[in-house]
Design a protein around this ligand. Structure first.
Ligand SMILES: Nc1nc2c(c(=O)[nH]1)N[C@H]1C(S)=C(S)[C@@H](COP(=O)(O)OP(=O)(O)OC[C@H]3O[C@@H](n4cnc5c(=O)[nH]c(N)nc54)[C@H](O)[C@@H]3O)O[C@H]1N2
Ligand SMILES: Nc1nc2c(c(=O)[nH]1)N[C@H]1C(S)=C(S)[C@@H](COP(=O)(O)OP(=O)(O)OC[C@H]3O[C@@H](n4cnc5c(=O)[nH]c(N)nc54)[C@H](O)[C@@H]3O)O[C@H]1N2
Ligand SMILES: [Mo]
Length: 768
């Protein structure tokens, strides 16, 4: 990545509640900065409403696409970023070589605005120049047809694409002949998508928003709602005011979990009052959740033993366990055998605190467990999701009102993308249906995920990369090797709204194909098209853009996919362009291929859309045993981190890479992280006071960070300012994507392949 610009920042603890006036002020600043045209302000009031567009900000659901405008600072930022009046034109590209653009930070690249024309890389001038759409598609077709094996191409998806675009994309890629579908999900909730089906038969949430009205206890693991899903705080506020207990399990005491001033409630806004959100905070070590939750399960069994002894009400829901589950006896036997010393050492939480948390859990009659990246980006993430699911099963907290599991998804349609077939390990039944409906034999083997795609590029096996949105070069781990991988490709194609790193780290041939965003009107043959998306609680609803496209030369994602397919495969078997003329046609075929989409076009027209109800909600379990399954996993004490600690002792720290308040993944809107008290800089390391003292460092000093891995490759980033922070000893935190060069490609979650972005073994050295 480009060399760091010198930063002048300020560290000042944030003492106010989350949201409230602070958020509003920043919203205003953002709109001005983005120079949104006056008429477009009304856009914000059409967000997440029945006749508006689905917010591209996140996958948090909304109440029936409610009539009251739900104010969310980050949704506004996402909309403003898309509605910006700044443009990246062919003239812009003529004025900058790719090499010179590489010198700019991700923040600077984002600031240039919206892409306006399809562009092709010209090696002689080291510049992008304008290309006709037809020529661009012909180039893609030529490259793809020239490959001796379809598995030499990889097709990335970032979770913003609509169901229609994503379905057509997977159809194209499978008709072409590969299951190489790396997607953002591989780096995100993959542990959820792999772990949950093994226990409850489905990899999705088992709750709806209404369940929050009935829950009496909400456990929130590893998730920073105030920044990443601000609208969730509104829901939690109502729960807290009703007296529900909210517990935050997070190495950091995130401000938003403490107090919240609701922008939806004028009295709170005017009086400056706020609502206390969480009543209990537990701060495990990074990656310590598996041991912690196993400790809760063990403690619950012990407490249940006592209840049996005294003839009290059982703490285990024995009816649920008997009727609905498999493997309970062996699971309990394993819990009894687990040592408390290991649980405490590996979780970083004392026995007393585990006991207190278990009491809260056991008192809850209706418990919801939510989680984010804090649980999913570790080596033991799949076991962690399994044990959490099992803990909830022990008290029958699945498939009844006010209780259930809620993985809080990131990208606004990442869940829908997977539903409609963006999956490198597709189920045979799904492929059979594709074959039945479209009459071709889809590839049957597993394709490459993100990490395997990069490996295969490095080996020279994958030669063509196509990205439907996202920023593959910056979002992925091991930056230097990923750059090397992409640069070895024959062709890289990026379908994008804005300029980003992935356009600059390119193959021999390279195309940037500009597309319209979710907030813009998608006209096909004179008719404005709606697209459909699925949120975190499995509601599918329609979204209509409201703005004129940023440039008349933009094409919709669906149209671009259709043209790529036609240029590669022709229209003999599947009439790609016909589908792209009217998206209702795509929904008709989705309905034929996938269960749950009956009368898709009619049902999605109802305000609020429809629920793709997971079978687990009805206590029907799509697992091999036909029951919800208990899974046994041991606490692993021989991981690369344990081995590194043996080698380096207490110098070895474990680092999480996380989001600041002013970013959307690799899109950097600004340099502040308001709730964590960091202003004007991003190159920081959050570190415990005791670690600072022990290592002989002082807050404010600059350090270089190196990662410790067993392959001899040097991974290092420089000049990060030490910030003293309330984070468990031995753990440090820093922002992504600046620290992605430290995440080794081979360091992935067992059973999910997710880069271990929240547990990277590192050493700190004072910068020269
Ligand atoms: N504004 C904004 N909104 C976003 C995004 C964005 O970048 N900006 N990104 C979107 C996407 S794609 C996603 S996936 C979501 C991400 O939203 P989150 O899931 O909140 O992701 P992170 O910001 O990475 O932070 C994870 C949280 O986990 C905690 N954590 C880290 N390690 C551990 C651990 O070992 N155990 C526990 N218990 N906690 C831990 C961190 O302290 C932090 O509070 O947000 C989505 N929404
Ligand atoms: N170290 C570390 N790495 C991580 C993570 C972490 O916590 N730590 N988090 C991981 C997670 S959870 C995720 S989801 C990934 C995110 O990985 P990606 O989804 O690949 O990254 P984004 O930054 O969301 O992509 C932003 C780009 O998408 C394009 N874009 C925006 N809107 C649209 C649209 O409507 N259509 C199209 N075609 N393009 C659009 C813009 O050009 C923008 O530059 O990163 C992962 N990487
Ligand atoms: Mo994500």
């Amino acid at each position: 990545m480009s060399s760091p610009a010198p930063e002048k920042g300020k560290i000042a603890p944030y003492t106010h509640p989350a949201a409230g006036w602070g958020a509003l002020k920043y919203v205003a600043i953002n709109l001005i900065k983005e120079k949104v045209a006056a008429g477009k302000y009304t856009l914000l009031f059409k967000q997440n409403q029945a006749d508006g567009f689905d917010c591209p900000g996140c996958a948090w659901p909304d109440r029936e696409h409610a009539s009251t405008f739900e104010f969310c600072e980050n949704g506004v930022k996402a909309v403003a970023a898309e509605a910006t009046s700044k443009r990246v034109t062919p003239e812009f590209f003529a004025a900058h070589t790719v090499t010179s653009l590489m010198e700019q930070t991700d923040f600077e690249l984002e600031q240039h605005g919206r892409l306006t024309h399809p562009m092709v890389y010209d090696a002689k001038s080291d510049k992008y120049r304008q290309i006709e759409w037809s020529e661009a598609f012909a180039m893609i077709g030529r490259h793809l047809k020239a490959l001796d094996n379809p598995n030499r191409a990889a097709f990335y998806t970032s979770g913003r694409a609509s169901n229609e675009a994503a379905f057509l994309y997977q159809l194209f890629v499978r008709a072409y002949g590969t299951n190489n579908f790396p997607d953002c999900s591989n780096m995100c909730h993959e542990a959820t998508s792999r772990g949950l089906p093994t226990t409850i038969g489905v990899g999705k949430a088992t709750v709806l928003l209404d369940d929050f009205e009935h829950a009496d206890t909400i456990l929130i693991f590893g998730h920073n709602a105030a920044t990443n899903h601000p609208r969730m705080l509104g829901e939690l506020r109502e729960c807290a005011r009703r007296g529900a207990r909210i517990v935050s399990i997070n190495p950091l005491r995130e401000r938003g979990m403490e107090r919240f001033t609701s922008p939806q409630h004028p009295v709170e806004m005017l009086t400056g009052s706020s609502t206390k959100i969480a009543s209990m905070f537990l701060q495990p070590k990074l990656g310590g959740d598996f041991a912690l939750i196993k400790g809760m399960a063990k403690r619950l069994v012990e407490m249940d033993d006592v209840a049996v002894l005294h003839g009290h009400t059982r703490l285990i829901d024995v009816d649920f366990v008997r009727e609905h589950t498999d493997g309970y006896e062996a699971f309990v036997e394993d819990l009894r055998a687990e040592s408390w010393a290991d649980i405490v050492a590996e979780s970083g939480i004392s026995y007393e605190d585990i006991d207190a948390l278990t009491q809260v859990y056991a008192k809850g009659e209706r418990v919801i467990a939510c989680w984010g990246m804090g649980l999913t980006q570790h080596k033991n993430s799949v076991p962690t999701i399994q044990i959490l699911s099992n803990l909830m099963m022990m008290r029958g907290n699945i498939g009844r009102p006010g209780a259930g599991l809620l993985p809080v998804r990131g990208h606004s349609n990442v869940q829908g993308n997977r539903t409609v077939g963006i999956e490198e390990r597709p189920e045979q039944a799904f492929l059979d249906r594709l074959k039945e409906v479209f009459g071709f034999e889809p590839p049957r083997g597993h394709g490459y995920d993100v990490v395997k795609t990069i490996g295969a590029m490095l080996e020279g096996e994958v030669r063509v990369f196509v990205g439907l949105g996202g920023n593959f070069a910056a979002a992925t781990p091991d930056t230097q090797r990923t750059f090397e991988a992409l640069r070895q490709c024959d062709l890289t194609v990026n379908i994008a709204t804005k300029l980003n790193r992935s356009h600059l780290v390119h193959g021999k041939d390279s195309l940037i194909l500009p597309t319209i965003g979710r907030t813009e009107i998608d006209m096909q043959h004179g008719v404005a098209q709606g697209v459909t998306v699925e949120d975190s609680v499995c509601m599918v609803h329609v979204s209509f853009g409201m703005n004129a496209p940023a440039s008349p030369h933009l094409r919709s994602e669906t149209a671009i996919v259709a043209h790529m397919a036609e240029a590669t495969l022709g229209s003999g078997k599947i009439d790609w362009l016909w589908y792209a003329q009217d998206y209702a046609r795509i929904r008709d075929v989705i309905e034929k291929v996938l269960d749950g989409f009956e009368n898709y076009n009619e049902r999605v027209a109802i305000p609020g859309g429809f629920h793709l109800t997971p079978a687990a909600n009805h206590r029907v379990w799509h697992t091999p045993s036909g029951k919800a399954e208990f899974k046994i996993n041991r606490i692993d004490k021989d991981t690369p981190i344990h081995r590194a600690r043996l080698a380096y002792g207490d110098d070895l720290l474990v680092m999480m890479t996380t989001r600041s308040h002013d970013q959307y993944n690799t899109t950097i809107y600004g340099l502040d992280d308001r709730y964590r008290g960091v202003f004007g800089l991003r190159r920081v390391v959050f570190i415990n006071a005791a670690d600072l003292a022990r290592l002989g460092f002082k807050a404010g000093q600059k350090v270089d960070i190196t990662s410790v891995w067993e392959d001899g490759i040097r991974r290092r980033v420089e000049d990060f300012e030490l910030v003293e922070y309330d984070i468990p000893a031995g753990c440090v935190g820093a922002y992504y994507p600046e620290t992605n060069p430290l995440v080794p490609l081979e360091s992935t979650g067992d059973g999910c392949g997710t880069p271990t972005s929240k547990s990277v073994p590192v050493l700190l050295h004072l910068s020269k």
